[in-house]
Design a protein around this ligand. Structure first.
Ligand code: ADP
Length: 235
């Protein structure tokens, strides 16, 4: 038993070191990237050459993608920390309304109707709930067609609090559905790239659900849409 304990201790220690490395590396990468973004902004400001401006705009898109990736990696490594949760009552309607407000520019740019209905509350860290709803709603917008919709529906059921995010977008073929929650897994790399995806959104969602013992189910049909349902079981 002591040998086993030693082994698990060592395993935990090396996992902690790995997390620390990801976290340090992410922070280190952010500094030069932010500088690159700043200099590129200057090029954009100073140049009147269309070709240069076109390249500069591309650099900006790619830099933003990298910053997005780094932030998602930092989020994931924080979620893996196994620290004690600081749970407070969270009004999910409040959170969903705030998320909808942040996503409004993206939604209107893509001509997607984003709405929030219902009410529910959970004992959780608000930031986790924001992240969860944001990732799901953002996917609903990004993998959608102009004129489509995303509905965030909250309810307090006998089973517990439910967050349901439904879109009538492009949907996902059944053969891909089981892998969506893996890190960096994307059905279409090009579509994900085009829309600024990192491939980490659903991995983050799954992690958050894991922390709270919430269950997550996804149903989807190509050409019809996708429905993701998260249930926080009553304890
Ligand atoms: P990404 O940053 O690429 O969106 P996610 O982890 O959030 O990464 O999602 C993984 C993949 O699952 C996406 O690349 C996309 O192919 C698919 N996907 C996720 N949500 C939806 C959705 N609502 N409709 C269609 N496909 C989706």
């Amino acid at each position: 038993a002591t040998e086993f304990n030693k082994l698990t201790d060592r395993l935990q220690e090396s996992e902690a070191q790995q997390r620390q490395f990801v976290s340090d590396a992410s922070h280190e990468l952010k500094t030069p990237l932010t500088a690159v973004k700043g200099f590129n902004d200057m090029i954009m400001l100073k140049s009147s050459d269309d070709t240069v401006r076109d390249f500069s705009a591309r650099v900006d898109r790619e830099v933003n993608r990298m910053i997005g990736l780094i932030n998602d990696m930092l989020d994931l490594s924080r979620l893996e920390e196994n620290r004690k949760l600081d749970r407070v009552p969270v009004d999910l309607r409040n959170v969903a309304d705030e998320v909808a407000e942040t996503l409004m520019p993206l939604a209107s740019e893509k001509h997607i109707d984003l709405t929030v209905t219902g009410n529910a509350s959970v004992m959780a860290e608000k930031e986790h709930m924001t992240e969860l709803i944001k990732n799901l709603a953002e996917n609903g917008i990004r993998y959608n067609n102009a004129g489509g919709s995303v509905r965030v529906t909250l309810s307090d059921t006998a089973d517990g609090a439910v967050i349901d995010v439904r879109d009538n977008g492009i949907g996902i073929e059944e053969k891909y559905q089981s892998r969506l929650f893996e890190r960096f897994y994307r059905v279409s790399k090009s579509r994900s790239r085009e829309t600024g995806g990192t491939g980490l959104g659903l991995a983050i969602v799954k992690h958050i659900c894991g922390i709270y013992g919430a269950s997550v189910s996804l149903t989807s049909k190509p050409g019809v849409g996708t429905d993701v349902r998260v249930t926080f079981e009553k304890k």
